[in-house]
Write a protein that binds this ligand. Structure first.
Ligand code: MG
Ligand code: MG
Length: 258
């Protein structure tokens, strides 16, 4: 069941996703060699609560933390840990969710830890570009497959693996609503995008094989070949005027480029 949102509901979703963006910016300011992913999680939880929201991931299907933090070959759903200490050259995908005023925010960003190798930097850039290309297709009258194909084509044109097992989703009062938004697919296929829909587009792109392994911790997803993966996520409202991105990467990028 796809829930169409009113303008007022979309503004509450925007508020949540701006808070997520600010939280990711706060996390990004602290990303450096030597910090553990558990410390980053504490920073995020404190920040979210100080802004009148609760972390949407904490306790979600039993997830034990406020952020999913996935380092290098981890694609998504990494569990923050005091044992996971960031090193120069790592990349770290941070996925964050908030719950406030009855609605959920959900966005993600992949950060570099210091200087990263050129091929890894390209993986990050291309994954973000794939997100932008998918987002450009998120308009009324298009279908989910138009978004999916745009993401897939861009990533695969660089020889990257597009993860099949996980996908984007509708966003509203619940974190995961219909429709599913895969990162691969065919133009003109899938559910029709209508004004008032809010979806999360979240390419998970691997430098090597698209194949992933689900770790025995019950959460972490990593690449089978242990090459790095990147993950960026936007919440997007479908408006008459076109895609209305509710997440703000400028907030994050201003924070980390200072
Ligand atoms: Mg997310
Ligand atoms: Mg999501």
């Amino acid at each position: 069941m796809i829930y169409l949102k009113t303008d007022e509901e979309i503004e509450l979703l925007r508020e949540n996703n701006i808070l997520v963006s600010k939280t990711l910016a706060e996390v990004g300011r602290h990303i450096r060699p030597g910090i553990s992913t558990l410390e980053l999680d504490r920073i995020a939880e404190e920040f979210i609560r100080a802004h009148g929201a609760v972390p949407a991931f904490l306790g979600y299907q039993g997830f034990p933390a406020s952020l999913c933090i996935s380092v290098n070959e981890q694609v998504v759903h990494g569990i923050p840990s005091s044992k996971c200490v960031l090193r120069e050259g790592d990349i770290v995908s941070v996925d964050c969710g908030t719950f406030m005023k009855g609605f959920v925010g959900d966005s993600a960003y992949t950060f570099a830890v210091g200087e990263v190798a050129e091929d890894v930097r390209q993986l990050m850039e291309v994954t973000k570009e794939a997100l932008y290309k998918g987002t450009a297709q998120a308009k009324a009258g298009n279908r989910v497959g138009d978004v999916s194909a745009a993401v897939q084509e861009h990533a695969e044109s660089f020889g990257y693996g597009v993860v099949r097992e996980l996908e984007g989703h509708g966003l509203g009062r619940k974190m995961h609503e219909d429709p599913g938004v895969p990162n691969y697919g065919a133009r003109g296929r899938g559910p029709l995008l209508k004004e008032g829909m809010v979806i999360c587009i979240e390419p998970m792109i691997n430098m090597g094989t698209k194949a992933v392994v689900f770790e025995r911790d019950g959460w972490t997803v990593r690449t089978r070949d242990r090459k790095p993966a990147a993950h960026y996520e936007f919440a997007v409202a479908i408006r008459k005027s076109g895609p209305d991105v509710l997440t703000d990467f400028n907030i994050i990028e201003q924070a980390i480029n200072n």
